[in-house]
Ligand binder design. Structure first.
Ligand SMILES: [Zn+2]
Length: 555
């Protein structure tokens, strides 16, 4: 026994001596000490189609642990805007994470006319890769059309690929573009009759076991239940009447009113896809995100990991029911509960104060124009057929052919350069002539030519937003701007895409490790987010960043 104590004493003496000598000889702190104060996990949240005023309009219905926790413990940038058009999902997600605009990252819309192949391309579409986890083509996706890095890519390069990146969203583009080119994985939801989280061979050849297990767990099925308001509908005084003429609703149900029997309605609404247009699509996204954190050990070592989570259901609900609907209000009340559940889980697994979250949106939305009309606010619907008819007459009378225009999409006119040459015309003059014609049309407020976009330098107003959204290689020859609150859309539900406040003003909240408590009305723009996170981590800014780090939010 005595010998044993002596041995312990010797060992203790030796180790303490050894550690002393190491400490006295070591000037540089160890790796652990360097990274100790850095966040172990960055969670980048995008809430699809979330207007800034949803934070304030629904605030009294929010609990303490979701949106309000971010506002009360973190930093609230109250005057945060998109600084480009079009305000759509693909460009939005690319801009949040790359710190720049379509002018540089090249994601000029969700779908656009490709001038080289003369085809419509999808922002995340990639037929050189295959689906993983489905027999369908829904997995043939990658970020290859995004020309720049995201802060997730820069974190991967900085950590010698040791810090992981995983992207998650119901929408493929909401998962793929944020996570960037070097992501370990991106997962999105394939509805129809499968109801499964899938990926592509861009990331992996087979789904990990935990994803397969999740997909057979019947979690998605469990949400095919009755959707009723979380609280008594009579208390939802912050939204319009449940029954009105401004909402779409689901196939197979006459009126867009609560309750919705989702199991029954799923039969007429593309099976599991119905979940995307209910708050339960967001709940499922949180369930899957928590599983990813557990199974992939995110936030468990000294190399900062990044999880990007995009909540898409808010967008589908907004498109279907509109900004002022009870359905939108209930969706945000329930998202608040899901965020609380998610943050509590992060406290338990990564540790309170060890992770950093930011929350923003990819665009806002306009109130349903037919509703705005009913309260005398100028608004309405663009008559695209009439415009097309008049424009074709013009082209034939001036050029003798309609072939001089090869595509009109995303409020841009693409001119056929070969035809211009063949007819011995000058491209600038054709652009000018088309612009002078289009400005005469009903509900067109402004028209600009590519020549103007390439030569002028706009620093403010709608013109500056057009220029930030204008990519010389990919964008069209003539750019059209519709009247305020006029949309190309059906007469029910909301949409987005413009340079106006209802589409550009979105929340920006930060909280957790390294974030001060506070709020500001100073204007911030979407491309400021990525350099702010880069600054927090001490890593390179995304390679084409045009935003500025928001130093005032960093502790
Ligand atoms: Zn949308």
């Amino acid at each position: 026994m005595k010998k044993f104590y002596v041995l312990i004493l010797i060992v203790l003496a030796f180790t303490s001596c050894k550690s002393q000598s190491i400490n006295s000889n070591t000037i540089q702190p160890s790796h652990t000490e360097i990274t100790e104060n850095k966040p172990k996990l960055i969670v980048g949240i995008v809430v699809d189609q979330m207007r800034y005023d949803y934070l304030t309009r629904f605030e009294t219905k929010f609990g303490e642990g979701g949106f309000k926790r971010m506002m009360r413990q973190g930093f609230n940038c109250k005057n945060n805007h998109f600084n480009y058009v079009p305000t759509y999902t693909g460009p939005g997600h690319a801009s949040v994470f790359s710190g720049t605009t379509p002018k540089y990252h090249g994601v000029i819309s969700n779908n656009w006319y490709d001038k080289e192949t003369n085809e419509i391309v999808y922002c995340a579409g990639d037929d050189t890769v295959n689906s993983v986890g489905t027999e369908s083509a829904a997995g043939q996706m990658s970020p290859h059309r995004m020309l720049v890095t995201t802060f997730c890519d820069e974190n991967r390069l900085f950590t010698q690929l040791k810090g992981k990146t995983i992207g998650i969203s119901l929408k493929d583009r909401g998962a793929i573009l944020p996570a960037g080119h070097t992501a370990n994985a991106a997962y999105w939801f394939h509805g129809v009759d499968e109801g499964a989280w899938i990926s592509s061979t861009f990331y992996m050849n087979e789904l990990p076991e935990w994803v397969k297990a999740f997909n057979i767990s019947e979690k998605a099925e469990s949400y095919l239940k009755v959707w009723n308001t979380l609280y008594d509908i009579s208390t939802y005084s912050e939204s319009g009447a449940d029954e009105n003429r401004f909402e779409g609703g689901f196939q197979g149900k006459e009126k867009a009113v609560f309750p919705y029997d989702l199991a029954e309605l799923s039969k007429d609404n593309r099976g599991f896809d119905i979940l995307k247009a209910t708050p339960f699509g967001n709940s499922l996204t949180v369930d899957f995100s928590m599983e990813a954190i557990k199974a992939e050990n995110l936030g468990q070592d000294d190399f900062t990991d990044v999880l990007t989570v995009s909540f898409s259901a808010t967008d589908y609900v907004g498109h279907n029911f509109g900004v002022n609907s009870k359905e939108v209000q209930d969706t945000y009340i329930r998202l608040d509960k899901d965020l609380e559940r998610f943050f509590n889980f992060l406290d338990e697994t990564v540790g309170e104060g060890s992770y950093t979250v930011f929350l923003t949106s990819d665009h806002g939305a306009v109130n349903v124009p037919s509703y705005l009309n009913s309260v005398n606010i100028p608004s309405g619907y663009v008559d695209n057929n009439l415009r097309k008819e008049k424009f074709q007459e013009f082209l034939i009378s001036i050029y003798g052919t309609t072939e001089i225009v090869e595509n009109i999409s995303n409020n841009q006119i693409f001119i056929n350069k070969e035809k211009v040459e063949e007819l011995g015309l000058n491209i600038r003059e054709v652009q000018e002539a088309i612009a002078n014609e289009q400005i005469k049309y009903k509900n067109i407020a402004k028209v600009y030519t590519a020549a103007t976009m390439n030569s002028a330098n706009f620093s403010q107003g709608i013109e500056a937003l057009l220029q930030n959204g204008y990519n010389q290689k990919r964008s069209g020859d003539v750019i059209l701007v519709d009247d305020v609150a006029y949309i190309s859309y059906g007469i029910t539900g909301s949409t987005h895409g413009s340079a106006l406040n209802y589409d550009t003003h979105v929340p920006l909240l930060f909280f957790g490790n390294g974030i001060k408590h506070g709020e500001t009305y100073e204007k911030t723009v979407i491309p400021d987010i990525a350099p702010t996170i880069s600054a927090l981590l001490g890593i390179s800014f995304p390679n084409s960043n045009t935003g500025k780090p928001l130093g005032f939010i960093i502790d």
